[in-house]
Design a binder for this molecule. Structure first.
Ligand code: MG
Length: 160
């Protein structure tokens, strides 16, 4: 059996009056993401971790941000496509561990929604997904609420 670990990171700038999505879930917030797509940093980090674990480059290679086709795209579609690509290569997801770094709003109420949404898209059990959220203790760009960052670790398995 092949067993692989992948890691992903993404960040997006936040500005007042824009939509804010994390893990395919709309977040009520005074600020939202400045991005080519819908700015879903959590899904982007997750896609990078999945591609990385499978040795298949990264999200920018598969879904280039200079391609108009992906402008404003719902990132859940990118994640669904990512998992299709992994399945074609014979990979299954063993588990996913996610961390969101955001000063506000607090995400405690959103974590179960995000977990269930991702489980639905990836067609795996919510029990295989962990969603954590923390602040940056008011330090740096994250601490000043200028942006959001997300970290993703995944393990994949493939039977020979
Ligand atoms: Mg991104």
């Amino acid at each position: 059996m092949d067993f692989r670990v992948g890691f992903g990171y993404d960040s997006h700038r936040l500005e007042t009056g824009l939509k804010f999505r994390l893990g395919g879930v709309d977040i009520e917030s005074e600020k939202g993401c400045v991005a080519h797509s819908d700015g879903d940093a959590l899904i982007h980090a997750l896609c990078d971790a999945l591609f990385g674990a499978a040795g298949l480059e990264d999200i920018g290679t598969h879904f280039p941000d200079n391609d108009l086709k992906f402008k404003g795209i719902d990132s859940t579609l990118l994640l669904a496509k990512t998992v299709d690509i992994l399945h074609e290569e014979g990979w299954g997801i063993n588990n996913i561990d996610l961390t969101i770094i955001l000063e506000r709003p607090k995400l405690a109420n959103y974590k179960p929604l995000i977990k269930n949404k991702l489980a639905e898209i990836l067609r795996i059990s919510p029990a295989a997904i962990s969603v954590k959220a923390k602040t940056n203790e008011k330090m740096g760009f994250l601490g000043r609420g200028e942006g959001v960052a997300a970290l993703a670790a995944v393990t994949l398995i493939r039977n020979h």
